[in-house]
Design a protein around this ligand. Sequence first.
Ligand code: GLU
Length: 485
Amino acid sequence: MNQVRTRFAPSPTGYLHIGGLRTALYAWLFARKNGGAFILRIEDTDTEREVEGAKDVIYNTLRQTGLYYDEGPDVGGPFGPYIQSERAEIYKRHAEMLVQKGAAYRCFCSKERLAQERAKCEARGETYTYDKHCLSLSREEIQKRLDAGEPYVIRQNIPRTGETTYTDAVFGDITVPNADLDDNVLLKADGMPTYNLANVVDDHLMGITHVIRGVEYLSSTPKYNHLYRAFGWEIPTYIHLPVVMKDKQRKLSKRHGDASFDDFINKGYLKEALINYIALLGWSPGSEREIFSLEELIDAFSLEGLSRSSAIFDVEKLTWMNAQYIRALSKDSFIERAMPYFIEAGAERFDLNLIAELIQPRLERLDEIPGKLSFLTNMPDYDIGLYTHKKMKTDAQSALPVLLKAKALLESQTDYSLEALRESLHALVEELGIKNGQLLWPLRIAITGTEVTPGGAVEAACLLGKAETLRRLNASIKKLQNGMD
Ligand code: GLU
């Protein structure tokens, strides 16, 4: 068998849809698994849709996720150019070849005529297909119109009778009557190809052996096969992937702000967790196992595990997986990944090692970090009702004398390490004959103004340091004294 060659062929829309990333991942995995090559091709012939910087989004996302391509626009390769808008001449030449072979023809029909025909057809309750009007134009007539500079398109000439059977590795054999297939445009009036022509020409010229793409192209595949046959080319293996859904009714769509790779990265998901989760969206390893590195996915991946039914993107499951990945990071790489969020929280000047120890085991998403650390830079004007904790039998009144003792202790304390603080505060609890919580609960409220912090009072005091801890403690003592006058 020839070397396996797969491709990812996104249109530069400015974002990489999760479904697109999954296609790229499967194409990459299949190539790697089979010692083949993975090619990136940019499908930008629809110039109206092009967005500034959109190609970079694609290059960056693939690199960021580790889906390195062997050939592509910015890495080169023997079958370039890899950007369709730079291949216009190639498509034109091939469209002309199809015309010579009778597999395509020039069509001069005006927009108005086409609209009228469509309207008539729809009025009869029929699905519109082009009526092959221009197929019967004589050579002379065509030449006359060409000489007059009339605009035209090139249409595919699909046989009216018979049927076409095609095979997909996921969906099996499918047979369609040719009468259902439209003579779609292959080359537009501006000389640019449509997807119908470009995908066939490029996949062939780039030596693609396995075409892995979204299921939306499945029903047009028989038309592409007519083109392969007209050219006398070998038909690749097709692998169409079902849709990624938001829920049972809706597709995952950019409009909901939760469809692109960047949307999830911005919400604090790790790229490794996303890739792992996406891998399982429509593919099953055939076991209960869920956590896979990219290398492990290469090992486990097989076409047999692909599903025909659409996959529902389960954010809760992704979030669970993300927490597993966060937990598994080394402390250093956790700090590195979390740094933008530490900076957002103004926490970068605090003891990040201690912060990491406190928050890494409990985080589901990195974007929870600023909220968890806001107490470091922000002392809220809290309600003294927070001192009340029934189970610990403490309230504002009982807190005040305890806090005064704590203040004296923390003033004389020179060592603000976690161990030293823990020891001293423990000794104070013993000395006062109270429960741990009766000191630590009010102390946390007094120096953070909130009931929930990563770690407790000891950790908060250690992170804040002596000066800030005492400043806050004094302010809280005053607040209590005033509040109880
Ligand atoms: N440009 C097409 C898209 O973005 C690619 C389809 C294909 O993979 O052939 O949907």
